[in-house]
Design a protein around this ligand. Structure first.
Ligand SMILES: NC(=O)c1ccc[n+]([C@@H]2O[C@H](COP(=O)([O-])OP(=O)(O)OC[C@H]3O[C@@H](n4cnc5c(N)ncnc54)[C@H](O)[C@@H]3O)[C@@H](O)[C@H]2O)c1
Length: 415
Protein backbone atom coordinates (compact mmCIF):
# COMPACT_ATOMS: atom_id res chain seq x y z
CA UNK A 1 0.00 0.00 0.00
CA UNK A 2 1.26 3.49 -0.83
CA UNK A 3 2.55 5.66 2.01
CA UNK A 4 0.48 8.62 3.18
CA UNK A 5 2.66 11.59 4.17
CA UNK A 6 2.22 15.36 4.05
CA UNK A 7 4.64 16.18 1.23
CA UNK A 8 7.23 13.91 -0.38
CA UNK A 9 9.24 16.95 -1.50
CA UNK A 10 10.28 17.45 2.13
CA UNK A 11 12.35 14.25 2.03
CA UNK A 12 15.85 15.82 1.62
CA UNK A 13 15.56 17.76 4.88
CA UNK A 14 14.23 14.65 6.64
CA UNK A 15 17.13 12.58 5.30
CA UNK A 16 19.67 15.03 6.82
CA UNK A 17 17.93 14.72 10.23
CA UNK A 18 17.86 10.91 10.04
CA UNK A 19 21.56 10.65 9.19
CA UNK A 20 22.48 13.04 12.05
CA UNK A 21 20.50 10.88 14.47
CA UNK A 22 22.02 7.66 13.08
CA UNK A 23 25.55 9.00 13.54
CA UNK A 24 24.75 9.58 17.22
CA UNK A 25 23.22 6.15 17.82
CA UNK A 26 26.23 3.79 17.78
CA UNK A 27 24.70 1.07 19.97
CA UNK A 28 21.75 0.67 17.64
CA UNK A 29 24.15 0.78 14.66
CA UNK A 30 26.08 -2.12 16.14
CA UNK A 31 22.90 -4.19 16.51
CA UNK A 32 21.72 -3.17 13.06
CA UNK A 33 24.99 -4.30 11.46
CA UNK A 34 24.44 -7.80 12.84
CA UNK A 35 20.74 -7.76 11.87
CA UNK A 36 21.56 -6.70 8.28
CA UNK A 37 24.23 -9.38 7.91
CA UNK A 38 21.91 -12.15 9.11
CA UNK A 39 18.62 -10.68 7.74
CA UNK A 40 17.11 -11.98 10.97
CA UNK A 41 13.67 -10.41 10.29
CA UNK A 42 13.31 -11.83 6.75
CA UNK A 43 9.76 -13.02 6.16
CA UNK A 44 8.46 -11.06 9.16
CA UNK A 45 6.27 -7.98 9.27
CA UNK A 46 6.96 -5.25 11.82
CA UNK A 47 4.15 -2.80 12.67
CA UNK A 48 5.23 0.36 14.47
CA UNK A 49 3.34 3.15 16.25
CA UNK A 50 5.93 5.58 17.61
CA UNK A 51 6.61 9.32 17.65
CA UNK A 52 7.75 9.67 14.05
CA UNK A 53 10.89 11.74 14.25
CA UNK A 54 14.48 11.11 13.18
CA UNK A 55 15.54 8.56 15.82
CA UNK A 56 12.41 6.49 15.19
CA UNK A 57 13.11 6.55 11.45
CA UNK A 58 16.56 5.06 12.16
CA UNK A 59 14.93 2.16 14.02
CA UNK A 60 12.37 1.60 11.24
CA UNK A 61 15.12 1.57 8.59
CA UNK A 62 17.12 -0.89 10.68
CA UNK A 63 14.18 -3.35 10.74
CA UNK A 64 13.87 -2.91 6.98
CA UNK A 65 17.58 -3.63 6.44
CA UNK A 66 17.16 -6.69 8.67
CA UNK A 67 14.74 -8.08 6.08
CA UNK A 68 11.37 -7.13 7.57
CA UNK A 69 8.39 -5.60 5.82
CA UNK A 70 7.77 -2.46 7.92
CA UNK A 71 4.74 -0.18 8.37
CA UNK A 72 4.65 2.79 10.72
CA UNK A 73 2.34 5.49 12.03
CA UNK A 74 2.91 8.27 14.55
CA UNK A 75 1.82 7.84 18.15
CA UNK A 76 0.70 11.43 18.73
CA UNK A 77 -0.91 14.00 16.42
CA UNK A 78 1.81 16.61 16.99
CA UNK A 79 4.95 14.49 17.25
CA UNK A 80 5.33 13.50 13.59
CA UNK A 81 7.96 15.44 11.66
CA UNK A 82 6.71 15.66 8.08
CA UNK A 83 10.14 15.83 6.48
CA UNK A 84 11.28 12.72 8.36
CA UNK A 85 8.08 10.87 7.39
CA UNK A 86 8.68 11.83 3.73
CA UNK A 87 12.30 10.63 3.80
CA UNK A 88 11.32 7.36 5.47
CA UNK A 89 8.60 6.73 2.89
CA UNK A 90 11.30 6.69 0.17
CA UNK A 91 13.06 3.69 1.71
CA UNK A 92 10.35 1.08 1.29
CA UNK A 93 8.87 1.50 4.77
CA UNK A 94 5.07 2.01 4.55
CA UNK A 95 4.46 5.33 6.31
CA UNK A 96 1.03 6.62 7.37
CA UNK A 97 1.73 9.78 9.33
CA UNK A 98 1.63 13.54 9.17
CA UNK A 99 1.69 16.28 11.78
CA UNK A 100 -1.77 17.36 12.92
CA UNK A 101 -3.75 14.17 12.20
CA UNK A 102 -7.30 14.17 13.54
CA UNK A 103 -8.44 11.42 15.93
CA UNK A 104 -10.23 9.72 13.05
CA UNK A 105 -7.21 9.94 10.72
CA UNK A 106 -5.02 8.56 13.48
CA UNK A 107 -7.34 5.57 13.98
CA UNK A 108 -7.38 4.96 10.24
CA UNK A 109 -3.55 5.11 10.12
CA UNK A 110 -3.30 2.60 12.98
CA UNK A 111 -5.68 0.35 11.02
CA UNK A 112 -3.48 0.72 7.90
CA UNK A 113 -0.42 -0.43 9.84
CA UNK A 114 -2.39 -3.42 11.15
CA UNK A 115 -3.57 -4.23 7.62
CA UNK A 116 0.02 -5.30 6.90
CA UNK A 117 -0.74 -8.14 9.36
CA UNK A 118 2.40 -7.51 11.39
CA UNK A 119 3.68 -10.38 13.51
CA UNK A 120 5.86 -8.09 15.65
CA UNK A 121 4.43 -4.85 17.08
CA UNK A 122 6.57 -1.93 18.26
CA UNK A 123 4.24 0.26 20.27
CA UNK A 124 4.33 3.53 22.23
CA UNK A 125 1.16 3.86 24.29
CA UNK A 126 -0.24 0.41 23.49
CA UNK A 127 -2.43 1.55 20.60
CA UNK A 128 -1.39 -1.06 18.05
CA UNK A 129 -1.62 -3.87 20.59
CA UNK A 130 -4.99 -2.78 21.96
CA UNK A 131 -6.49 -2.07 18.53
CA UNK A 132 -5.36 -5.49 17.28
CA UNK A 133 -7.19 -7.09 20.24
CA UNK A 134 -10.33 -4.95 19.86
CA UNK A 135 -10.64 -5.70 16.17
CA UNK A 136 -10.55 -9.38 17.10
CA UNK A 137 -8.28 -9.72 14.12
CA UNK A 138 -8.00 -13.11 12.53
CA UNK A 139 -4.24 -12.87 12.54
CA UNK A 140 -4.14 -12.22 16.32
CA UNK A 141 -2.77 -15.75 16.71
CA UNK A 142 -0.04 -14.95 14.21
CA UNK A 143 1.24 -12.03 16.30
CA UNK A 144 4.39 -13.25 18.00
CA UNK A 145 4.39 -10.37 20.45
CA UNK A 146 4.81 -6.66 21.08
CA UNK A 147 7.46 -4.36 22.53
CA UNK A 148 6.10 -1.39 24.51
CA UNK A 149 8.02 1.87 24.77
CA UNK A 150 6.29 3.93 27.45
CA UNK A 151 4.86 3.86 30.98
CA UNK A 152 1.31 4.64 29.86
CA UNK A 153 1.37 1.72 27.39
CA UNK A 154 2.83 -0.70 29.94
CA UNK A 155 0.15 0.33 32.47
CA UNK A 156 -2.63 -0.31 29.95
CA UNK A 157 -1.25 -3.63 28.77
CA UNK A 158 -0.77 -4.83 32.36
CA UNK A 159 -4.44 -3.93 32.96
CA UNK A 160 -5.35 -6.06 29.90
CA UNK A 161 -3.28 -8.93 31.27
CA UNK A 162 -4.99 -8.62 34.66
CA UNK A 163 -8.38 -8.71 32.97
CA UNK A 164 -7.34 -11.92 31.16
CA UNK A 165 -7.62 -10.19 27.77
CA UNK A 166 -4.00 -10.15 26.60
CA UNK A 167 -3.49 -12.62 23.75
CA UNK A 168 0.26 -12.32 23.11
CA UNK A 169 3.42 -11.60 25.11
CA UNK A 170 4.52 -8.00 25.54
CA UNK A 171 8.04 -6.94 26.45
CA UNK A 172 7.95 -3.80 28.59
CA UNK A 173 10.92 -2.06 27.00
CA UNK A 174 9.99 0.96 29.14
CA UNK A 175 10.85 -1.00 32.28
CA UNK A 176 14.43 -1.78 31.24
CA UNK A 177 16.97 0.10 33.36
CA UNK A 178 18.62 1.33 30.18
CA UNK A 179 15.28 2.92 29.24
CA UNK A 180 13.56 4.58 32.18
CA UNK A 181 16.67 5.66 34.07
CA UNK A 182 17.96 7.52 31.02
CA UNK A 183 15.28 8.17 28.39
CA UNK A 184 12.42 8.98 30.77
CA UNK A 185 14.63 10.88 33.24
CA UNK A 186 17.45 12.60 31.35
CA UNK A 187 15.78 12.47 27.95
CA UNK A 188 12.49 14.09 28.95
CA UNK A 189 14.29 16.26 31.52
CA UNK A 190 16.37 17.87 28.78
CA UNK A 191 13.93 17.78 25.87
CA UNK A 192 10.94 18.87 27.98
CA UNK A 193 12.72 22.06 28.97
CA UNK A 194 14.03 22.45 25.42
CA UNK A 195 10.46 22.32 24.12
CA UNK A 196 9.34 24.96 26.63
CA UNK A 197 12.28 27.21 25.79
CA UNK A 198 11.81 26.87 22.04
CA UNK A 199 8.06 27.46 22.36
CA UNK A 200 8.29 30.53 24.59
CA UNK A 201 11.83 31.97 24.30
CA UNK A 202 11.49 32.88 28.01
CA UNK A 203 13.84 32.57 30.97
CA UNK A 204 13.62 29.61 33.36
CA UNK A 205 15.92 31.13 35.99
CA UNK A 206 13.94 32.75 38.79
CA UNK A 207 10.62 31.23 37.71
CA UNK A 208 8.60 29.06 40.06
CA UNK A 209 8.12 25.78 38.22
CA UNK A 210 5.47 23.29 39.40
CA UNK A 211 6.18 19.71 38.31
CA UNK A 212 3.21 17.34 38.71
CA UNK A 213 4.38 13.75 39.31
CA UNK A 214 7.79 12.66 40.58
CA UNK A 215 8.15 9.49 38.54
CA UNK A 216 11.10 9.00 36.19
CA UNK A 217 9.92 11.76 33.89
CA UNK A 218 9.03 14.17 36.71
CA UNK A 219 12.39 13.56 38.43
CA UNK A 220 14.27 14.49 35.27
CA UNK A 221 12.19 17.57 34.59
CA UNK A 222 12.46 18.79 38.21
CA UNK A 223 16.24 18.23 38.31
CA UNK A 224 16.84 20.03 35.04
CA UNK A 225 14.55 22.95 35.95
CA UNK A 226 16.46 23.32 39.23
CA UNK A 227 19.69 23.29 37.25
CA UNK A 228 18.38 26.15 35.12
CA UNK A 229 17.78 28.26 38.22
CA UNK A 230 14.06 27.69 38.69
CA UNK A 231 12.46 27.32 42.11
CA UNK A 232 10.77 23.93 41.84
CA UNK A 233 7.61 22.69 43.56
CA UNK A 234 6.58 19.04 43.13
CA UNK A 235 3.02 17.70 43.48
CA UNK A 236 2.54 13.97 44.12
CA UNK A 237 -0.01 11.42 45.33
CA UNK A 238 2.58 8.80 46.35
CA UNK A 239 4.00 9.57 49.83
CA UNK A 240 7.34 7.82 49.15
CA UNK A 241 7.96 9.75 45.95
CA UNK A 242 6.86 12.97 47.66
CA UNK A 243 9.40 12.33 50.43
CA UNK A 244 12.08 11.64 47.86
CA UNK A 245 11.30 14.93 46.13
CA UNK A 246 11.43 16.77 49.45
CA UNK A 247 14.83 15.29 50.27
CA UNK A 248 16.07 16.17 46.80
CA UNK A 249 15.46 19.76 47.86
CA UNK A 250 12.12 20.43 46.15
CA UNK A 251 9.11 21.93 47.85
CA UNK A 252 6.04 19.67 48.10
CA UNK A 253 2.41 20.75 48.21
CA UNK A 254 -0.98 19.84 46.72
CA UNK A 255 -1.81 21.24 43.30
CA UNK A 256 -4.58 23.32 44.91
CA UNK A 257 -1.86 25.30 46.76
CA UNK A 258 0.78 25.21 44.03
CA UNK A 259 -1.68 26.61 41.49
CA UNK A 260 -1.62 30.06 43.09
CA UNK A 261 2.18 30.36 43.28
CA UNK A 262 3.52 28.72 40.10
CA UNK A 263 4.72 30.58 37.01
CA UNK A 264 5.19 27.48 34.86
CA UNK A 265 3.33 24.16 35.26
CA UNK A 266 4.65 20.91 33.77
CA UNK A 267 2.52 17.76 34.12
CA UNK A 268 4.31 14.37 34.09
CA UNK A 269 1.95 11.90 35.75
CA UNK A 270 0.51 9.73 32.95
CA UNK A 271 -2.80 10.40 34.72
CA UNK A 272 -5.75 12.63 33.90
CA UNK A 273 -7.25 15.94 35.14
CA UNK A 274 -4.12 17.05 36.97
CA UNK A 275 -4.79 20.73 36.25
CA UNK A 276 -8.48 21.63 36.08
CA UNK A 277 -10.68 24.74 36.25
CA UNK A 278 -10.40 25.02 40.06
CA UNK A 279 -6.62 25.36 39.68
CA UNK A 280 -6.71 27.57 36.60
CA UNK A 281 -8.99 30.15 38.19
CA UNK A 282 -6.48 30.85 41.00
CA UNK A 283 -3.38 30.93 38.80
CA UNK A 284 -1.31 34.08 38.33
CA UNK A 285 -1.86 36.23 35.28
CA UNK A 286 0.39 34.93 32.43
CA UNK A 287 1.09 31.53 34.01
CA UNK A 288 2.30 28.91 31.49
CA UNK A 289 0.87 25.36 31.31
CA UNK A 290 2.33 22.38 29.53
CA UNK A 291 2.55 18.59 29.60
CA UNK A 292 5.19 15.91 29.01
CA UNK A 293 2.98 12.91 29.86
CA UNK A 294 1.89 10.62 27.03
CA UNK A 295 -1.64 11.95 26.47
CA UNK A 296 -3.16 15.43 26.36
CA UNK A 297 -5.44 14.70 29.31
CA UNK A 298 -3.26 16.03 32.14
CA UNK A 299 -4.09 19.70 31.63
CA UNK A 300 -7.84 19.86 31.10
CA UNK A 301 -8.02 21.77 27.83
CA UNK A 302 -11.81 21.40 27.97
CA UNK A 303 -11.86 23.32 31.29
CA UNK A 304 -9.52 25.95 29.90
CA UNK A 305 -11.83 26.48 26.93
CA UNK A 306 -14.86 26.61 29.23
CA UNK A 307 -13.55 29.28 31.60
CA UNK A 308 -12.07 31.44 28.83
CA UNK A 309 -13.74 34.14 26.81
CA UNK A 310 -11.31 33.86 23.92
CA UNK A 311 -8.03 32.39 22.71
CA UNK A 312 -5.26 33.54 20.40
CA UNK A 313 -2.26 31.72 18.94
CA UNK A 314 0.52 34.10 20.05
CA UNK A 315 3.48 31.98 18.92
CA UNK A 316 3.49 28.76 16.86
CA UNK A 317 3.30 26.53 19.97
CA UNK A 318 1.71 29.00 22.41
CA UNK A 319 -2.02 29.69 22.81
CA UNK A 320 -3.13 32.56 25.00
CA UNK A 321 -6.42 31.94 26.83
CA UNK A 322 -8.18 35.03 28.18
CA UNK A 323 -10.11 34.03 31.28
CA UNK A 324 -13.41 35.64 32.16
CA UNK A 325 -11.58 37.14 35.18
CA UNK A 326 -9.35 39.03 32.76
CA UNK A 327 -6.26 36.92 33.56
CA UNK A 328 -4.32 35.25 30.77
CA UNK A 329 -2.99 31.69 30.76
CA UNK A 330 -0.67 30.25 28.13
CA UNK A 331 -0.99 26.65 26.96
CA UNK A 332 1.93 25.08 25.08
CA UNK A 333 1.43 22.67 22.18
CA UNK A 334 -2.28 22.21 22.92
CA UNK A 335 -1.38 20.29 26.09
CA UNK A 336 0.37 17.54 24.09
CA UNK A 337 3.87 16.32 24.98
CA UNK A 338 5.82 19.52 24.63
CA UNK A 339 9.22 17.88 24.12
CA UNK A 340 8.04 16.28 20.88
CA UNK A 341 5.54 18.88 19.70
CA UNK A 342 7.74 21.95 20.23
CA UNK A 343 11.19 20.31 19.97
CA UNK A 344 12.78 17.20 18.47
CA UNK A 345 12.11 14.80 21.34
CA UNK A 346 14.83 13.08 23.33
CA UNK A 347 18.51 13.45 22.50
CA UNK A 348 19.83 10.74 20.15
CA UNK A 349 22.13 9.20 22.77
CA UNK A 350 19.24 8.21 25.05
CA UNK A 351 17.11 6.97 22.16
CA UNK A 352 20.16 4.93 21.16
CA UNK A 353 19.62 2.94 24.37
CA UNK A 354 15.81 2.84 24.25
CA UNK A 355 15.76 1.69 20.63
CA UNK A 356 18.59 -0.78 21.19
CA UNK A 357 16.18 -2.18 23.80
CA UNK A 358 13.39 -2.27 21.18
CA UNK A 359 15.59 -3.96 18.57
CA UNK A 360 17.00 -6.61 20.92
CA UNK A 361 13.57 -7.23 22.47
CA UNK A 362 12.01 -7.71 19.02
CA UNK A 363 14.77 -10.22 18.16
CA UNK A 364 14.15 -11.95 21.51
CA UNK A 365 10.45 -12.23 20.61
CA UNK A 366 11.33 -13.74 17.22
CA UNK A 367 13.43 -16.41 18.90
CA UNK A 368 11.33 -17.05 22.03
CA UNK A 369 7.92 -15.43 21.55
CA UNK A 370 6.03 -18.62 20.70
CA UNK A 371 7.19 -20.16 24.00
CA UNK A 372 6.22 -17.14 26.13
CA UNK A 373 2.95 -16.79 28.03
CA UNK A 374 0.60 -13.91 27.12
CA UNK A 375 1.94 -11.61 29.81
CA UNK A 376 3.78 -8.33 30.13
CA UNK A 377 7.39 -9.28 30.84
CA UNK A 378 10.62 -7.41 31.52
CA UNK A 379 13.49 -7.07 29.08
CA UNK A 380 15.87 -9.95 29.89
CA UNK A 381 18.56 -8.65 32.21
CA UNK A 382 21.45 -9.77 30.03
CA UNK A 383 20.13 -7.59 27.18
CA UNK A 384 19.76 -4.60 29.52
CA UNK A 385 23.34 -5.00 30.78
CA UNK A 386 24.67 -5.47 27.24
CA UNK A 387 23.09 -2.20 26.14
CA UNK A 388 24.65 -0.40 29.13
CA UNK A 389 28.08 -1.89 28.35
CA UNK A 390 27.91 -0.85 24.71
CA UNK A 391 26.70 2.64 25.59
CA UNK A 392 29.59 3.09 28.06
CA UNK A 393 31.94 1.95 25.32
CA UNK A 394 30.38 4.52 22.98
CA UNK A 395 31.11 7.19 25.61
CA UNK A 396 34.71 5.91 25.64
CA UNK A 397 34.41 4.78 29.30
CA UNK A 398 35.67 1.60 30.96
CA UNK A 399 34.65 0.09 34.29
CA UNK A 400 36.14 -2.44 36.68
CA UNK A 401 35.21 -6.12 36.77
CA UNK A 402 34.92 -8.20 39.94
CA UNK A 403 37.97 -10.28 40.77
CA UNK A 404 37.46 -13.94 41.62
CA UNK A 405 37.97 -13.14 45.32
CA UNK A 406 35.41 -10.31 45.18
CA UNK A 407 32.88 -12.50 43.42
CA UNK A 408 33.27 -15.24 46.01
CA UNK A 409 33.08 -12.69 48.86
CA UNK A 410 29.89 -11.19 47.43
CA UNK A 411 28.29 -14.64 47.22
CA UNK A 412 29.34 -15.99 50.61
CA UNK A 413 27.08 -15.97 53.65
CA UNK A 414 29.49 -17.07 56.36
CA UNK A 415 30.30 -14.56 59.11
N1 LIG B 1 7.36 13.08 26.80
C1 LIG B 1 8.05 11.99 26.63
O1 LIG B 1 8.87 11.89 25.73
C2 LIG B 1 7.87 10.86 27.58
C3 LIG B 1 8.94 9.97 27.84
C4 LIG B 1 8.75 8.94 28.76
C5 LIG B 1 7.50 8.79 29.38
N2 LIG B 1 6.48 9.65 29.06
C6 LIG B 1 5.16 9.58 29.70
O2 LIG B 1 5.24 10.38 30.88
C7 LIG B 1 4.27 9.92 31.85
C8 LIG B 1 4.99 9.65 33.19
O3 LIG B 1 5.91 8.59 33.01
P1 LIG B 1 6.83 8.05 34.22
O4 LIG B 1 7.66 6.97 33.62
O5 LIG B 1 7.47 9.16 34.93
O6 LIG B 1 5.68 7.39 35.14
P2 LIG B 1 5.76 7.02 36.68
O7 LIG B 1 4.64 6.08 36.91
O8 LIG B 1 7.16 6.62 37.04
O9 LIG B 1 5.47 8.41 37.42
C9 LIG B 1 4.24 9.07 37.45
C10 LIG B 1 4.13 9.74 38.82
O10 LIG B 1 2.96 10.56 38.81
C11 LIG B 1 2.36 10.43 40.08
N3 LIG B 1 0.95 10.81 39.98
C12 LIG B 1 -0.10 10.09 39.53
N4 LIG B 1 -1.25 10.79 39.65
C13 LIG B 1 -0.90 11.99 40.18
C14 LIG B 1 -1.64 13.15 40.55
N5 LIG B 1 -2.97 13.20 40.41
N6 LIG B 1 -0.95 14.21 41.05
C15 LIG B 1 0.41 14.16 41.22
N7 LIG B 1 1.14 13.08 40.90
C16 LIG B 1 0.50 12.01 40.39
C17 LIG B 1 2.57 8.98 40.47
O11 LIG B 1 2.45 8.79 41.87
C18 LIG B 1 3.99 8.74 39.96
O12 LIG B 1 4.97 8.99 40.97
C19 LIG B 1 3.65 8.69 31.22
O13 LIG B 1 2.47 9.07 30.53
C20 LIG B 1 4.69 8.24 30.21
O14 LIG B 1 4.13 7.42 29.22
C21 LIG B 1 6.64 10.68 28.21
Amino acid sequence: MLSLVKDRALAPSGRVKIEWARDNMPVLARISKRFSATRVFKGHRVGMCLHLEAKTAVLAEDFLKAGADVAITGSNPLSTQDDVAAALSETGVHVYAWRGVSEQEHRSNVAKVLSLKPDILIDDGGELSITAHLKGSRWLDEIIGACEETTTGVTRLKAMEKAGRLKFPVIAVNDAYTKFLFDSRYGTGQSGLEGIMRATNLLLAGRTVVVAGFGWVGRGVAQRAKGMGSRVIVTEVDPVRALEALMEGFDIMPMADAAAVGDLFITATGNTNIITASHMTVMKDRAILCNVGHYDVEVSVRDLERISKGKTRVRPEVTEYKLKSGRRLYLLSDGRLVNLAAADGHPAEVMDMSFAGQALSAEYLLKNGRKLASKVIRVPQELDLQIARWRLEAFGKKIDTLTKVQRQYAQSWQL
